[in-house]
Design a protein around this ligand. Structure first.
Ligand SMILES: NC(=O)c1ccc[n+]([C@@H]2O[C@H](COP(=O)([O-])OP(=O)(O)OC[C@H]3O[C@@H](n4cnc5c(N)ncnc54)[C@H](OP(=O)(O)O)[C@@H]3O)[C@@H](O)[C@H]2O)c1
Length: 275
């Protein structure tokens, strides 16, 4: 099984490289293959002759995507490039694994978003990811479209690390308590991808997340409780903690097609023990 992992130096990409190591995956990142360069993608496919492609690359700067330049870049990387990958994989009759986000939903639903729910993104990042979803489903014949949320892991900037860094400085922290979602450890997600592939699960859309929805505030409290760090955290509303990109109020993803991943509390505990 010759696996090409695109975005292999990103937060999720690095954990995918680790979990899939027994299959000796070939990892590429922007320096070796820029996703906005169609000729570079084709040349890499010719060189590697992959049997499975996993696209863990993406434009993930949610707030910068609200600027005109950011919006263009997000659409190119998260949208158009995914269509190009999907076409190439279809021509070669090979599966494409791609990651999307809870931010394709508007957050107005009462309850969890299921795989079949209709996306309606609020921000430019979500819109660019939705374009990727649309082009993937239009061109790819064999695909796993994996929506996930609130990722944290050892190899990238993320909420858990930010909380720890701020907590160590000893200031009072303000964290929003009116956005609900499912924090997910990239390592658990990578292991689920391996299961999808080795068990030849049916192609289609999957919601892969650690379980039990929380607010960012609840999650911050959980992080400091597990670390036994006494930090003063103040719950605030999204209005009080305004950012350029609007976020969905409720972006809890419901996984109805795959064995549920463990709770975010258990995942967090193991993650923290590896730091
Ligand atoms: N982080 C989250 O909370 C979250 C939540 C839901 C879904 N997702 C999705 O999960 C996937 C992985 O996210 P992540 O947090 O692991 O992202 P990440 O840490 O930002 O890594 C993304 C990787 O993609 C590479 N990349 C960016 N533009 C590229 C281009 N034009 N050509 C080739 N490579 C390029 C980046 O390289 P550079 O460092 O050089 O830019 C980086 O190595 C993405 O599809 C993201 O949308 C993330």
């Amino acid at each position: 099984m010759k696996i090409l992992i695109i975005g292999s130096k990103g937060m999720l990409g690095k954990d995918l490289m680790t979990v899939l190591a027994p299959y000796e995956p070939i990892g590429v990142d922007r320096a070796e293959m820029d996703l906005t360069d169609a000729a570079a993608i084709l040349a890499k496919f010719e060189e590697v002759q992959p049997e499975i492609v996993i696209n863990a690359a993406g434009y993930t700067a949610v707030d910068v995507a609200e600027t005109p330049d950011g919006q263009q870049e997000a659409l190119a990387i998260n949208g158009i490039a995914v269509g190009a990958l999907a076409e190439l994989c279809a021509q070669r009759d090979i599966p494409l694994v791609h990651f999307s986000t809870d931010y394709v939903f508007d957050g107005m639903k009462m309850g969890e978003y299921k795989e079949i729910d209709t996306p309606s993104p609020l921000n430019q990042y979500g819109k660019s990811k939705l374009l990727g979803e649309t082009l993937l489903q239009k061109y790819a014949t064999k695909f796993y479209l994996i929506r996930t949320s609130w990722l944290y892991g050892k190899h990238g900037k993320n909420f858990v690390q930010t909380m720890i860094d701020l907590g160590k400085k000893g200031h009072q922290l303000t964290v929003v308590n009116d956005q609900i979602g499912k924090p997910t450890w990239t390592y658990d997600l990578a292991e689920s991808v391996l299961t999808l592939l080795v068990e030849h699960r049916p192609y289609g859309i999957y919601h892969l997340v650690n379980e039990e929805a929380v607010s960012w505030y609840d999650f911050a409290v959980e992080i400091f409780q597990q670390l036994e760090m006494p930090v003063d955290i103040l719950p605030v509303s999204s209005q009080e903690f305004s950012r350029p990109a609007p976020r969905p109020r409720n972006s809890a993803l419901g996984n109805t097609k795959f064995p549920l991943l463990r709770s975010h509390k258990d995942a967090l505990q193991q993650y923290l023990s590896t730091l």
